[in-house]
Design a protein around this ligand. Sequence first.
Ligand code: NAD
Length: 353
Amino acid sequence: MQTLLVTGGAGFIGGNFVLFLAKETGVQILNLDKLTYAGNLDTLAPLRGNGRHVFVEGDICDRDLVRRLLGDYRVDAVVNFAAESHVDRSIDGPAAFVETNLLGTFNLLDCAREYWSGLGSSGKNGFRFLHVSTDEVYGSLGPSGKFAETTAYAPNSPYSASKAGSDHLVRAWHHTYGLPVLTTNCSNNYGPYQFPEKLIPLATLKAMRGESLPIYGDGSNVRDWLYVEDHCRAIWRVLEAGRLGEVYNVGGDSERTNLQVVDTLCSLLDELLPDSPHRPHARLKTFVDDRPGHDKRYAIDAHKLQSELGWGPRESFESGLRKTLTWYLENQAWCRRVMDGSYRGERLGTANE
Ligand code: NAD
């Protein structure tokens, strides 16, 4: 595999994936990103001057652009991260989610099919289209059980519905046209370069400033957490050795309630910031109205990825969280630059007009 078209590679996971590729592989990286509020070139600063990385600002919905990039760069694989990714924002404004997540994925698939069908047999056999998706497509669990690849889809938010639709398109492009696709469905990620609107970076920055830490409902909603580098390694492994047309669940086997996440984060900050006037940070916790339609529990069974492809997470939740908080403490300048004024940490997604 020589050249990868990575979409959404200026965002959180895509950015980490591009940095991972540059460090741990020899591939050429063509990075296509629209640079929405969630995409930031600062994340790619470590790649300045790296001849293996080309950045293109553009939209995955732009047919002419995607066709041109695939042909001009003779792309061997597409890895699709580009998305609107925040559930709260999907409650306030679902249109952009349908546009990018559904229609954008359709456009990528259709352009990839056209390009792939024109390749010679060795190019055709080697080509891959890997779609990065979420465990949220499976809906909500009760107190027991885990999502397997065979679990029926039951998305509940505009975000998860748009991702579910895109997963179905990917599946159909394989079954109908034979496009060599792979899909990964991963649990909640955390780590460096995550835009500070999601629970862990938002709570970290607020706690450092002594602001209240909003906890939705009673804080008992459960998510499975995976350190972003472990996710990147899983995607690379699936790209290398995944069976065509298959779906692989990716998870950290680290179920935590939101309250447990914030409590762990606060006690780590107490330790990392011994002189902070805001210690103990846990006293900043504030319970706020729940998110409309808030899924109760997600848990991932990643057995297939582990047994077939030998992948397993390297970080525990506690070790990954320590790395993450240390990164945010040391990268305040990145946080200031990406929080350019359009978002100031306010509550989103209450469905109020
Ligand atoms: P993110 O919001 O941090 O980044 C998304 C990136 O996509 C941004 O750089 C943005 O500029 C870009 N983008 C948005 N619309 C675009 C368009 N039309 N054309 C080109 N680029 C566009 O998201 P993330 O958290 O890094 O998630 C990446 C992918 O992983 C998404 O598909 C998401 O559904 C999936 N995922 C995320 C998580 C998680 O916990 N964050 C978990 C599982 C799966």
